[in-house]
Design a protein around this ligand. Structure first.
Ligand code: PMP
Length: 299
């Protein structure tokens, strides 16, 4: 049995976690083994970002959390104002000014058995810390990605619109990426169209027009995705939400991903094929700049 390998990825020990109304040291921030979030992935979460002490588009994240909770028939135990205050408290307790926030709501502690009504109180916890998803130089060089063979969840199974605690679908694709020696994988939907990456939305540029899969292709409606669309349209760039195939990606002039942790990052190689001239394209480079300006303006 191997239960005592040293863990090089352990969180820093001075971290304080907000757990069900209290800030506790990370060593005490434990979830009950009968919590249905753990037993069944029954719950929802958000990944948010603080810039200059202010959470980027907090209301939209909380709205998405509310929608997801509603979709899985989970009554959130806190109001939007209470979530906002708890997030602030967690940021301050950890002296995080620029960083990442993870907000998790589980179905709560029950017993064995799927029945969600056999749980009393949802559990809520919030983690705030500094993170770096991708190395800095990849924002200049671009990311290499592969096509995953595992498809994105069918929208009528576990809808990708719900940011649920069950991320195994994406984790299976992430394993394929790791096996191929790259950091991200593109997931296709049940009819073979491009959906999204394991933790990011995807865009391509073709003849000056930007294209991205529509929400009904089975993707999470990313907060960063929507900000990118807004910024591009402000620059009079035509943005089309449309079904895309693998070969649309292969012949694109540019490709980029968006996400809270990644922000906007260029993709320069897909399945071993260079995209465009193999370097981040002008539209992507300008969008990265515009996005940084936007977060500075909104802080
Ligand atoms: N798709 C998936 C599957 C995600 O998990 C995420 C968030 N990490 C995104 C897209 C991007 O969404 P957002 O811009 O709101 O972070």
């Amino acid at each position: 049995m191997h239960f005592d390998h040293p863990n090089p990825w352990a969180p820093r020990q001075d971290l304080k976690v907000w757990l069900n109304g209290r800030l506790v040291p990370v060593a005490e921030a434990a979830i009950n083994v009968f919590d249905h979030g753990l037993l069944y992935g029954d719950g929802v979460f958000e990944g948010l970002r603080a810039y200059g002490g202010r959470v980027f588009r907090l209301d939209r994240h909380l709205k998405r959390l509310e929608d997801g909770a509603r979709a899985i028939r989970l009554d959130l135990p806190m109001t939007r104002a209470e979530f906002a205050a708890a997030i602030d408290e967690t940021l301050q307790a950890n002296r995080v000014v620029d960083g990442y926030i993870r907000l998790v709501v589980t179905r709560g502690v029950g017993y064995l058995g799927l029945t969600p009504t056999r749980t009393a109180n949802p559990s809520v916890f919030i983690i705030a810390d500094q993170i770096e998803l991708y190395p800095r130089e990849l924002y200049e060089k671009g990311l290499e990605v592969i096509s995953a063979s595992v498809m994105r969840n069918h929208p009528n199974a576990l809808s990708p619109r719900i940011k649920s605690l069950n991320y195994l679908n994406n984790i299976l694709a992430k394993i394929e990426a790791a096996d191929a020696g790259v950091l991200e994988a593109i997931m296709y939907n049940h009819v073979g169209f491009v959906a999204e990456c394991t933790g990011d939305n995807i865009f391509l540029v073709r003849d000056g027009t930007v294209q991205t899969p529509p929400i009904h292709a089975g993707v999470l409606e990313g907060i960063t995705r929507n900000a990118a669309i807004e910024l591009l349209r402000r620059r009079q760039v035509c943005v089309q939400e449309m079904d895309l195939t693998r070969s649309d990606l292969y012949v694109a002039d540019e490709c980029f991903l968006t996400g809270t942790a990644a922000e906007v990052i260029p993709v320069t190689k897909i399945d071993g094929r260079p995209i465009g001239d193999g370097r981040p394209g002008p539209l992507t480079v300008r969008l990265i700049r515009d996005f940084r300006e936007l977060v500075n303006q909104e802080k």
